[in-house]
Ligand binder design. Structure first.
Ligand code: GDP
Length: 316
């Protein structure tokens, strides 16, 4: 029997309406869409959407801001939308969109206006001190090479476009700005900035990791007791400078003295311009990390949340 005959026989058998052939045919018809779904969802842009990370201490207003941008409403008279403070260990995120040139408001319905939109994910992170590792590990993540698993993770994280650090400007004003809130907020911001500095400084590949700008959103400016954005900025800079000094002293006191290793370690862990007396956010530019402080509010009467949105939209 020639190969041609074998092929013919096989074809004939497969065309006969036997139960086996019908079963196989049915299985193919049913399984194909399922398979296609998995193939497409594996490559869906949802996994690779640009993302913006919301960080900051508990109670600063991250969840309220996320809800506001998601719903597009600024509650004027009542308390802000009943957003549940996010305390679970996994981040909550919403998919948002700006128009092509980044000029649309969060109130605009882009689907209705028919304009092309740039989608992005706004990712809320738990603010509680014990749960901050999620946010910090995402910031530190450097796009490196080697194993396939690592590469895909790095790819996802190179999509991190910006960090919005939400601050309760009213809490900072309590106890003459020297309260626990200032210290705790500055401590967290210090960790965030150091993680970003290390991300930029320790690339093992020739490719620079993408820089991640930071917006310090001075929230709750509707409250008369809140500090204006300029004061939030200077208070945080002073406090971070203090933390930096304490930490470097800790390193020197660890007994290693002034040998080379200790010196390198110290400069690696020194936030901003090495050896400088005062810390300023502008020093972060040395590490390609832009830091802006803008005031606003999620609830009540005040400047609102439009400037923050504009800042984010320009960086997507
Ligand atoms: P999170 O822990 O950072 O997610 O903070 P939440 O979003 O849960 O907000 C903490 C509290 O602050 C809630 O009671 C909010 O209603 C309130 N809040 C948030 N933003 C504002 C604001 O702009 N003004 C005022 N007055 N309260 C706010």
């Amino acid at each position: 029997m020639t190969a041609m005959d074998t092929l013919k026989n096989a074809l004939e058998a497969s065309l006969k309406p036997t139960p086996t052939v019908m079963l196989v045919g049915l299985a193919v018809v049913l399984l194909f869409p399922v398979l296609l779904h998995f193939i497409l969802s594996a490559s869906t842009p949802y996994n690779t959407l640009p993302s913006v990370l919301l960080v900051g201490p508990s109670g600063a207003g991250k969840t309220a801001l996320l809800t506001l941008y998601e719903r597009g409403l600024l509650p004027k008279t009542e308390k802000p939308a009943p957003a549940q403070t996010h305390t679970s260990q996994t981040p909550a995120s919403v998919e948002l969109a700006v128009n092509e040139d980044g000029t649309s408001s969060f109130r605009d319905d882009l689907d209705a206006s028919g304009s092309t939109a740039k989608k992005f994910l706004l990712v809320d992170t738990p603010g509680h001190a014990k749960l901050r590792r999620f946010a910090l590990s995402r910031l530190r993540n450097i796009p490196t090479t080697t194993s396939t698993g690592k590469t895909s993770k790095a790819k996802k994280d190179s999509k991190l476009k910006a960090v919005v650090f939400v601050v309760d400007a009213a809490a900072l004003a309590d106890s003459d700005g020297r309260g626990d809130s200032l210290a705790a907020t500055a401590e967290y911001l210090y960790e965030v900035l150091l993680a970003l500095q290390k991300r930029m400084g320790s690339s093992q590949t020739s490719r620079m990791p993408s820089s991640v700008p930071v917006l310090v959103a001075a929230n709750k400016l509707d409250l008369f007791s809140a500090l204006p954005a300029a004061l939030v900025k200077s208070q945080l800079e002073t406090e971070i400078g203090r933390i930096r000094k304490t930490r470097s002293r800790g390193l020197l006191d660890s007994g290693v003295g002034a040998d080379d290793l200790a010196a390198t370690e110290e400069s690696d862990n020194w936030l901003g311009e090495y050896g400088s007396e005062k810390f300023t956010f502008a020093q972060m530019l040395e590490f390609y990390t832009e830091v802006d402080v803008i005031g606003g509010n999620v609830a009540g009467d005040g400047p609102g949340a439009d400037k923050w949105w504009k800042w984010i939209a320009e960086r997507i």
